[in-house]
Design a protein around this ligand. Sequence first.
Ligand code: C6P
Length: 409
Amino acid sequence: MAFDAATIRQDFPILQQMRSATVPLTYLDNAASSQKPQSVIDTLNTYYRTQNANVHRGIHWLSEMATELYEGARVKLQKFVNAKTRREIIFTRGTTEAINLVAQTWGRANLKAGDVVLSTVMEHHANIVSWQIAAEQYGFTLHYVPLLYDGTLDQATYARLLREENVKLVALTHGSNTLGTINPVADMTQLAHAHGALVLVDAAQTAPHFKLDVQALDCDFLAFSGHKMLGPTGIGVLYGKRELLEAMPPFLGGGDMIATVTLEGSTWNQLPYKFEAGTPAIAQAIGLGAAVDYLNALDLPAANAHEHALFVELYERLSEIAGVRVLGAAPERGALAAFTMEGAHAHDIAQVLDQHGVAVRAGHHCTMPLHQHLGIAASVRASLYFYNTAADVDRFIQAVYAARKTLVS
Ligand code: C6P
């Protein structure tokens, strides 16, 4: 049976809104943040109305209930990415914090002058700046895998850098938030491991769309954000292989991450608590658990096929518009298209689109080095999710034509 996006949309109250009395809302900014289904909203509501307390601390009814729900969410996330144990799932504020955690703890313990971390030109700032900061602190060198003309990674250079440089870690995005490129992370991980390097995968743009399997990928770390996959803001996950996490020093100091504290020094709690200092984002973690329940109940292959068909339609019709350049042409890509229009600035285009009720992102999408590589300052990005429909694509294309008419003389 075909995927019924029109029915699915009923689960998302925000999508029932109009932009104005006569203009429907066309939400195509999903790569920035997804909308939330009623079940996630209800879970948050129920939590605050009937279950709220701090976790791992109080020996009382509410605290025990909150702890059970919070730890239950961890198990849902463990199964979602097929981690071996729940101890390998660390709740963070999101992808950014997860990457910073690895850079600051694994980096501090393992990187020194003469070592190399390999990132790529297509990374989000989170997977570049975290390493730049750590490089300054710990003295290692940061290199970047360049891109080919179609927006894929230059695999020959990647292999050469692994051969010739003292690479200790590869910090690699699974899916580009600007080019849409899906990188062959399993193969790239295998090659990195053959050269003794670990791999951190930024799965911010793929976790919402695909069934990830950290054991099949064999990556050492994997980071993603809850808010892009139907969950609340302020919650995300760092997956790490247990033996690596065990050996890493803590990130933040405070409550819950310690075993003992004296005035002279402290010892650390077991995993995952060693990396979860202070009161965690309890409601948000439980809400993310509800988001995972929703995704598990969805026919994901059908949802992907639906999204992909919409993307092909959007990509082809967008590419036909005079003066429009769609960024990236990777054979395997996610359902997003960033573009420029000759004679029009990205922010002006987005503004006209907004008047037509179409929500997109304009700017550098936190990929300034990639935009510099492409020789542009900014682009407009439309990104799809399974609840989008053919009518959304129609309205978007019509709005781009309207922007062209208004902005390009
Ligand atoms: N990209 C976008 O509009 P946080 O902000 O921590 O949830 O996620 C950071 C991040 C890391 N990696 C990739 C590939 C991403 O796309 C993002 C977030 C959003 O493209 C906001 S900049």
